[in-house]
Design a protein around this ligand. Sequence first.
Ligand code: ADP
Ligand code: 5GP
Length: 213
Amino acid sequence: MSSDEESGRRGLMLVISSPSGAGKTTLARMLMDEFADVVLSVSGTTREPRPNERHGVDYHFKSDAEFREMIAERAFLEWAKVFDHYYGTPRADTVQHLEAGNDVLFDVDWQGADALHDQMPNDCVSVFVLPPSIEALEARLSARLGSTPEIVARRMRDAKAEILHWRRYDYCIVNDDLAEAYAKLRRILLVERTKRLREHGLEDHVRRLLGEL
Ligand code: ADP
Ligand code: 5GP
């Protein structure tokens, strides 16, 4: 059993945003590969799956009608229109994961990051991933499976609008060298885990020190 489990740590919500193509999905996957107690919040979306994406793993792919029904049922913690499609974070599971001591990763745009922070300010830690240059961003978008020149052009147009929100985030990572960017993300996770509010076991520990237990 790790010291985290012994102290009854509350999980945190690690909210990651970036202009599309800067590498947030890559970094998030690396974190989940290393830490078994980091889980991904799988969003719902009305966009078409890319060739390498799986339903229920990368996204819950929905029709417009299904998505609207979920909005009506208040099944989303937040939702937004990004580019030409709807994206939303399912409410179910997040709270259980946090209470079970799992960290939940959110890959959402700036609107989603704002909404999640408004709903759960004590649980959210937000990270913005920046590309090293506009040229590198375009190259990464073009190289991604399933991309077309139209999709790349659209996302390049929207990239600057997303970057303008970088000051809203607790941390920023310039994803130039992937190993270095990952090392920074990992440090952020580890230090945020040790915050007083997240260590449930401290309450009892201090009460024992004070002779109250
Ligand atoms: P996002 O989730 O932000 O849209 P992805 O993680 O899908 O971006 O990354 C976009 C593309 O760039 C992918 O093909 C990925 O392998 C590549 N990539 C990510 N980080 C780097 C990096 N530091 N150097 C070079 N290529 C990268
Ligand atoms: P993509 O289509 O490249 O997977 O994602 C497009 C954009 O939608 C990204 O900026 C991503 O962060 C954002 N996004 C994905 N899921 C959600 C979500 O549940 N809510 C919000 N607000 N944005 C999301």
